[in-house]
Design a protein around this ligand. Structure first.
Ligand code: FA5
Length: 344
């Protein structure tokens, strides 16, 4: 009469013999289910260990483990071999020509407007400015009134505005209302921030003006801030942005929220044939408006104009990229023409 251990040994030899007959992956898998599945023979052999007579139990346990490992490793070796054979058969049936050039995966790029914004952030970051974001839908109060432009003020004509269906809510016409948000948040501490973002105006669309465009506002407030600081900051900025060889022109101007006010122009590249058309024959393109923060604006922001002064500016990053790269039409920015975008 065979002992329980003998039965294990014969399980091993039947198992190995059957394995030799498995020619492909499918038959190997069903062999595996037969021996190692939930109701498999090996599982059953391990489950009865408790019923084996005590004196045989240790030997049975040892033998069961040996048989299990032997069957498993024989199976795995054959399975690997079958997989490799299947892959080689597939390759010779459907050959892969490794000498064919691969398909180029084009890398995505940042939009030129984002690239110029980041250049601007880098220059101002070096001068100690923080980036502050504020909303694109503003109240009439923030867009105009708190910036020293009451309802009747003729200066409102400079910004032909898109109104929303909610009374008193407008698409901001410039980033300047952000000044009030910053002042109210920082008062009474010193301020040195830039505020980038999208602005909207009901403009006659042209090569230099869009109805939707970016601005970067700047605001510095503290004790003893002067016009000289403003000119120094803007000149240093323009030198880094455009290089030493480009010319900067500062003109006096008017904004209700600054006093005095200035505008800054940069000379269009002299060798560009579009120079006259884009600069209306002047050779200059305006990039920003600026000035010393009006006392009424400081008051609206919670500061005492007898204690602190400040300067502010609002620049057009798209105009700056036009000047840097002689781009002849601002409409190219949002036109989604890849032939334009891929050049950056
Ligand atoms: C203003 O918007 C003022 N808020 C600027 C300012 C800020 C003055 C703080 C004083 C203190 P202006 O409308 O000139 O000013 O616009 C400023 C800049 O935004 C322009 O120089 C130009 O570069 C850009 N810009 C204005 N309108 C457009 C437009 N329609 N399309 C593209 N860029 C524009």
């Amino acid at each position: 009469m065979p002992t329980a251990v003998d039965e294990l040994t014969s399980l091993e030899s039947t198992g190995l013999a059957e394995l030799q007959h498995c020619g492909d992956e499918a038959s190997l898998r069903s062999w595996n289910a037969k021996y190692f599945g939930d109701k498999g023979a090996m599982k059953a052999a391990l489950a009865v260990i408790g019923k084996v007579p005590k004196e045989e139990r240790a030997a049975y346990g040892q033998e069961a483990n040996r048989v299990k490992v032997a069957l498993e490793s024989a199976y795995e070796a054959l399975f690997e071999r079958a997989k490799e054979a299947a892959m080689l058969a597939g390759l010779s049936a459907d050959p892969l020509d490794v000498s064919l050039p691969g398909r180029v995966v084009r890398r995505g790029k940042l939009h030129p407007a984002t690239q110029i914004l980041r250049e601007i952030y880098a220059v101002f970051a070096d001068m100690g400015f923080q980036v502050y974001r504020s909303r694109e839908i503003e109240s009439d109060e923030f867009n105009f009134e708190l910036l020293n432009m009451p309802a009747h003020h003729p200066a409102r004509d400079m910004w032909d505005t898109f109104f929303t269906e909610t009374p008193g809510q407008v698409l901001r016409t410039h980033t300047s209302p952000g000044q009030i948000h910053v002042l109210r948040e920082f008062a009474p501490n010193p301020v040195r921030v830039i505020l980038p973002g999208m602005c909207y105006r009901n403009e006659a669309i042209s090569t230099r003006s869009e109805i939707q465009f970016l601005q970067v506002e700047g605001l510095v407030v503290g004790e003893g801030v002067t016009m000289a600081d403003l000119k120094g900051t803007l000149t240093a900025f323009a030198r880094r942005m455009f290089g030493e060889e480009r010319q900067i022109r500062i003109r006096s101007s008017y904004f209700p929220f600054t006093e005095p006010s200035i505008e800054v122009d940069i000379d269009w590249p002299k060798d560009d044939p579009n120079r006259d058309r884009l600069t209306k024959g002047t050779g200059w393109l305006e990039i920003l408006g600026a000035g010393m923060v009006h006392p009424n604006v400081l008051r609206a922001g919670g500061y005492d104009p007898d204690q602190v002064t400040g300067f502010a500016f609002g620049m057009g990053p798209q105009r700056m990229l036009m000047l840097k790269r002689a781009i002849d039409d601002i409409r190219l920015f949002w036109g989604n023409d890849l032939r334009f975008l891929q050049q950056f």
